[in-house]
Design a binder for this molecule. Sequence first.
Ligand code: NDP
Length: 479
Amino acid sequence: MSEFDYDLFVIGGGSGGVRAARVAAGEAGAKVALAEEDRYGGTCVIRGCVPKKLMVFASEYASAAKEARAYGWDMADGDFHWDRFKEKLETELDRLEGVYRKLLKGSGVETFDARATLKDAHTVALSTGEVKTAKHILIATGGRPVRPDLPNAHLGMVSDDIFHLDALPKRVLIVGGGYIACEFACILNGLGVEVTQYYRGAQILRGFDEEARGLIAESMAQRGVDLHVGTDIVDMHCEEDEDGLTAPVEVTQYGAKGVEEVREVGKPIRVKATNGKTREFDAVFFATGRRPNSDELGLEALGIEIGRKGEIKVDGYSQTAVPSVYAIGDVTDRVNLTPVAIREGMAFVETVFKGNPTEVDHDLIPSAVFTQPELGTVGLSEEAARDQEEIEVYSTSFRPMQTAFAEGEGRVLMKLIVSKATRKVLGCHIVSPGAGELIQMVGIAVKMGATKEDFDRTVAVHPTMSEELVTMRNPVRTA
Ligand code: NDP
């Protein structure tokens, strides 16, 4: 008989926590409990990847209809009905949350719909008043969007709010140039919203390959996103008083849990930008980054180290400075992607419950940004690679057959970065429709250490866009 109530107590029912709990209970036979204070499925399923991707699909039909006409179809322009989509979306998210709960139950995991905090290295206190002990505690509490520190920032919404809107705004300002900003600029533009985007840096999608960033920025502008780089908000107000300035007015919730300060719906927000212009928008959407959910969990009192951004410090096995406490996923701010959190959860179970110490391999992770067109990427950008060693760059940008036939302007990019010394493909960057799907496959080859010559001896699939990846004969430049 164990001295603890459980072998494992997991805090957080998102992708990482649920997977670790299920595998520890179902495969390793551990006695497991999990506490979640909000909805099961976490950011990815409830307010991130899944609803976002469904919105991407919804937003692509407007241009599909236009293209269909060029292909000879009678296709009238129709209106998008947010209320119809939202109702279906909510039903789908309810279904998925049910699936998550069922999976946990089916694996024998006991669940608590409560907030959990750590009392000591083996004890968890629940908001229900219950106190539970466990041999191991796994923190998988994820992250949350943050607003920038500027006057009246509470007037703006964040990504959690967008799925709860009663109606789509007519004019939106998106602030930021990262994944979320660019994805939602494309989504809302596709759904018929007038989108302006302010990004403080010189080019959106910092950290990605520059040629890819440039093409995405150009495509977004072509499709109607009013993108301003080197631009940020100085000030924002909702209702003018005699001085021309205001205090925020009375509130109607945007809908997200925990957000109390909001604004009166229907009143435009006046935004003064660093370019000196003041413009009005019906909504401002901050996509200015996320922060790990490590606050008020009782961690520091236990001696668990927290980094400057709020991230829980862990070693390669996801173990904190307190040996019985582990942390995985966005709360550790390593690579903030759902499949990575899941990998970290599985590696934790291997290490702690299966006697097989396993570090998570964070190298060469393929990923996609679901802009229109998408960006699929794996490995090093040209800029990062050339800082590291001598390289050859193979790159081609062209109008794909489908778009060209419809006289569309959109171009795609297929790009390989190759090591001169080893001939290995160090990076691949694809900007095209479906790039997320393509990069998954290229990711396998790159992870296996494929050389440029391995790509070359693979026969092209014709006619496709991605055949260019195996037919680029000469480097466009060396560096
Ligand atoms: P990112 O860190 O990608 O981008 C944040 C953006 O906000 C940057 O452009 C940053 O500018 C800007 N910014 C930050 N602070 C301020 C400020 N005070 N004022 C103005 N601008 C500011 O965060 P996201 O929120 O877009 O995404 C968070 C994470 O979620 C991503 O890193 C990714 O890991 C994950 N994600 C993954 C997706 C996918 O796989 N498709 C989709 C969505 C999210 P600067 O560049 O100058 O720092």
